[in-house]
Design a protein around this ligand. Structure first.
Ligand code: NAD
Length: 322
């Protein structure tokens, strides 16, 4: 049995392979030609962000599982996996805390003008604090969480801790499931009108691409802070840029971009009312360890020990007949 790890992961995961006497190799070269050659004889793949497309997958005759180090799997051709009854696994338990904390960090930094205050002190202008623009509290503000899965739920608990009013839009959940978390179910358009904060936590697909674009920026309150740690493209970047430049909203925090990495002279980089991070919301040390262990466990348990497999991590279980 042989596993290919595409992109270095925390060593704790390799311990799982070692303990189970499973042969594995790690490759950081993610070019298609290289992966076709390297992965030809593997039984399973652990992958970070590299694209695993049909040209690669169709060359691997013994492949049984692709395990994502993370929860999004838009970089893997799942249609090919489904058609060929190959499992697709994610690290469902690993990410939510880190990403929810990242969102809180972005909301707090933008709301409290933290970077301007920091600059003032370091420039020796301590006494000029009265000249800082207004900054605010999260207390009693309304947040709209779009998508109430693992991360949306983790975020709601933290927002409630800050005594915010938490509204949720998720058409795949009942009102009851949302109310169980002390949150208020709301229709998207209604939420757009009242929100002081919006945080996006849903997958990117043909339904959700440009979910927030020019029309929505006409509805939002001018004090809105918009956060996207889900996937680039759910918020139209050009529309966001224009809204921020014209102060139609107060600010935005983005961990994800339409194209990653974004071009070096991206227009959003020129604005002061943005806080941008390099798709690292889930890359705290704790989270990297959890993702590494969980992705390797998914592979080992799927191949060797189905009793121990966390079946909720296998997203296409229904087509595998297990
Ligand atoms: N920035 C990062 O490092 C990072 C890390 C982990 C996850 N993510 C991304 O965060 C997102 C959420 O992850 P998760 O683990 O919470 O996923 P999840 O599958 O647990 O939850 C997604 C939720 O979105 C809901 N949803 C789907 N379509 C919707 C729509 N049109 N409107 C409203 N709700 C909708 C689903 O019902 C589900 O409850 C994913 O896009 C994932 O790729 C980013």
């Amino acid at each position: 049995m042989k596993i290919g790890v595409v992109g270095e992961i925390h060593p704790d995961g390799y311990e799982i392979f070692n303990k189970n006497n499973i042969e594995y190799f790690v490759t950081n070269d993610t070019k298609e030609e290289h992966l076709i050659k390297k992965l030809r004889d593997v039984d399973g793949i652990v992958v970070r962000t590299a694209e695993i497309n049909e040209s690669i997958l169709s060359q691997i005759k013994n492949l049984k599982i692709v395990a994502r180090h993370g929860v999004g799997y838009d970089n893997v051709d799942t249609e090919y996996l489904n058609n060929n009854k190959i499992a697709m696994a994610i690290t469902g338990k690993a990410n939510a805390t880190s990403v929810a904390e990242h969102v809180m960090t972005m909301m707090l930094c933008l709301t409290k003008n933290i970077f301007e205050s920091d600059k003032l002190v370091k420039l020796g202008k301590f006494q000029e604090k009265g000249n800082l623009p207004n900054y605010f509290e999260l207390n009693n503000k309304k947040i709209l969480i779009l998508g109430f899965g693992r991360i949306g739920k983790a975020l709601s608990k933290r927002c409630l801790g800050f005594e915010m009013e938490v509204y949720v839009h998720d058409p795949f959940l009942s009102d009851h499931e949302i109310k169980d978390f002390n949150c208020i179910p709301i229709h998207k358009e209604e939420g757009f009108k009242i929100a002081d904060y919006i945080s996006v936590h849903l997958p990117l697909n043909s339904e959700t691409k440009n979910l927030i674009s020019y029309d929505q920026f006409e509805i939002f309150k001018s004090n809105l802070i918009l956060i996207n740690t889900a996937r680039g493209g759910i918020i139209n970047e050009q529309a966001l840029y224009e809204a921020l430049k014209n102060n139609k909203i107060f600010g935005a925090g983005l961990d994800v971009f339409e194209k990653e990495p974004p071009i070096y002279n991206h227009k959003l980089f020129t604005l002061d009312n943005t806080l941008l991070t390099p798709h690292n919301a889930a890359l705290t040390l704790e989270c990297r360890k959890r993702m590494s262990v969980e992705s390797c466990e998914n592979v080992v348990n799927f191949l060797n020990d189905s009793e121990s497999l966390n079946k909720s991590n296998v997203i296409n279980l229904n087509i595998l007949n297990i």
